[in-house]
Design a protein around this ligand. Structure first.
Ligand code: MLT
Length: 268
């Protein structure tokens, strides 16, 4: 079983590296492989940045990558962190029905299902202007202090977060922000989700706090299994800050998908 793992803004696939290592070592139960694509315009992506990275555009890119990379029929859990979670909601809306047979579970890390309000959109516009004026350092100084729990600061998670932000091209970050500002809410997609759902939040997450996580589980009344995990000593980047906790939670989700499949008499 694969984990298809979507990163946040202004980050890249490296937030999932600790989980990929744990999957390969057997710590994620039936999940043994991780596909963690970079969204367009950064890192290993072959796609150039677009003027606006709408969540639907990024979701369509992911769908293409999943079709190209996963072995036919291979089951997968879809995971998204923050912006990656917003993209996951669009993926469900646009590709969920087609992938119904093999999309077996959903994991939402440090994310929320609400859209931006007017104040949020105004902040995005200011953030775009700051990057246009000062380059990616504007994103670094705006985001880095908010991303990590107190105990992660000054450690390897901060080093990785700084590198990811610094290496994000400014036009990519601006296109992400423009897309984040116009995104739809994800509650409707969540309320229709019928398979196992894991929601994980760091207890020091300053961007998508526990109240957002609770709001998501509250609407997931049709999910066959729901777990809300609050991780102590983590901020907005649980998979990087507390990967063992994240791995444990994902292993339980994967086991729940197995029980679902056994009940339905299907693989895996
Ligand atoms: C993220 O981590 O992807 C962003 O903080 C999401 C957001 O700004 O809404």
């Amino acid at each position: 079983m694969y984990l298809v793992a979507l990163h946040g803004y202004p980050l890249d696939h490296r937030i999932w590296d600790p989980l990929a290592a744990r999957a390969a070592a057997g710590a994620l139960g039936p999940i043994t492989s991780v596909l963690a694509p970079d969204f367009r315009g950064r890192g290993t992506s072959l796609r150039p940045a677009a003027p606006v990275h709408t969540m639907s555009l990024l979701a369509d890119d992911v769908a293409e990558e999943v079709s190209r990379t996963l072995p036919p029929g291979e089951p997968f859990v879809l995971a998204g962190l923050s912006m990656g979670g917003y993209v996951a909601f669009e993926y469900l809306k646009r590709h969920g029905a087609r992938e119904r047979g093999r999309l077996v579970g959903l994991a939402l890390f440090d994310t929320k299902a609400s859209a931006d309000d007017d104040a949020g959109r105004a902040n995005r516009r200011e953030a775009i202007e700051a990057i246009r004026r000062d380059g990616i350092d504007a994103a670094l100084s705006a985001m880095l202090p908010k991303l990590l729990a107190a105990r992660s600061k000054g450690g390897p998670a901060e080093e990785t977060a700084r590198a990811m932000i610094r290496e994000t091209p400014p036009e990519t970050a601006m296109a992400d922000l423009a897309g984040l500002a116009v995104r739809d809410e994800g509650f409707q997609a969540l309320s229709g989700w019928e398979k196992p759902l894991l929601v994980v939040v760091g207890d020091e997450d300053a961007i998508a706090p526990a109240s957002d996580a609770e709001a998501m589980t509250a609407v997931a009344g049709r999910a066959s299994w729901v777990s809300l995990v609050t991780v102590p000593g983590a901020g907005h980047l649980v998979p990087l800050e507390q990967p063992d906790e994240a791995a444990r939670a994902l292993a339980l989700l994967a086991e729940a998908t197995r029980r679902d499949s056994a009940r339905e008499g299907t693989l895996p």
